[in-house]
Design a protein around this ligand. Structure first.
Ligand SMILES: [Fe+2]
Length: 290
């Protein structure tokens, strides 16, 4: 497949195809799943079709007894097997996203009740551990707040390129964004991560993105064009287009996606029944041609 970043013809073909298939209503992206462990052909095909067009699908089901094992099996049916073994991942590859009182873990915003700005997961990972897909499942919502917003990163690229192709050229610079190393007690837990914001991923051959709005964590390449392009990216994310989605997931609802851009609003918890989301992060994309 020709590179859509560098080939104008490939871009035009991809653009037209993308715009004619992408969804703009939440209802059209929600699939009822009877049994996470054993999808029907219709359920599976619907999820694959949605992920192929939009890079995500929402699903809803009744929560079985062993929800972790069922989710792992659900994800495996889409080829999501190689999971990220990061610090707080539990067995079977799922992290429990819930508030924690543990001091070290609470330094990471997902394990607090605070809002999280636009980002792709694992934006700080080295290329060898690139996150290409993730799943997020709601076991228990917060009494108030905790809404997620998301947008297909590919449609963000498309909109910016249509606005002015100099913007996406700047964001594709090989050193566009650096995430400083993470050090704990003098030990480097994660090295500096430098790379483009938009790129064609070698493994999947798909237009992909690494990004975070956490300004204190990032450094842009020393170029006025790149800083301005990142501002225009943030402006687009802050608007409400037909391709922005907002939803507060209810118990039994989940998202499976090719590491799209997403946010979380802050929430108020019930300490007797805390908000709990199960998240899996994977090194490969959703296999749309199973
Ligand atoms: Fe995330």
């Amino acid at each position: 497949m020709a590179n859509i970043i560098t080939s104008p013809d490939a871009y035009q073909f991809w653009r037209d195809d993308k715009l004619s298939n992408i969804a703009s209503s939440l209802d059209a992206c929600l699939v009822e799943v009877d049994d996470l462990n054993c999808l029907t052909d219709a359920e599976k095909n619907q999820i694959l079709r949605l992920c192929s067009a939009n890079n995500f699908a929402l699903f809803q089901t009744s929560i079985p007894n062993n929800i972790e094992a069922s989710l792992v099996h659900f994800n495996q049916q889409f080829g999501l097997q190689e999971f990220d073994r990061h610090l707080y991942v539990k067995d079977q590859g799922l992290a429990h996203i819930t508030q924690t009182k543990q001091k070290n873990q609470a330094e990471f915003i997902p394990y607090t009740d605070r809002a999280i700005g636009w980002h792709t997961d694992g934006y700080y990972n080295p290329v060898d551990n690139r996150i290409r897909a993730f799943s997020l499942f709601c076991v228990n919502p917060a009494p108030s707040g905790g809404e997620n917003q998301w947008i297909d990163h590919q449609i963000v690229y498309l909109r910016l390129r249509e606005q002015n192709d100099e913007i996406v050229k700047a964001l594709c610079h090989p050193q566009a964004m650096s995430i400083p190393q993470h050090k704990v007690d003098g030990v480097i837990r994660r090295p500096t991560s430098t790379g483009p914001i938009f790129f064609v991923d070698e493994l999947s051959q798909q237009l992909s993105m690494r990004y975070t709005q956490r300004k204190k964590n990032i450094e842009f390449y020393n170029s006025a064009e790149i800083v301005e392009a990142a501002q225009l990216l943030d402006e687009l994310l802050a608007t409400q287009t037909q391709h922005h989605f907002s939803h507060t997931m209810q118990a039994g609802q989940g998202l499976i996606c090719n590491n799209i851009l997403h946010t979380r609003r802050s929430f108020t918890d019930d300490s007797n029944h805390p908000r709990l989301m199960l998240r899996g992060r994977y090194f490969n994309q959703i296999q749309t041609s199973l």
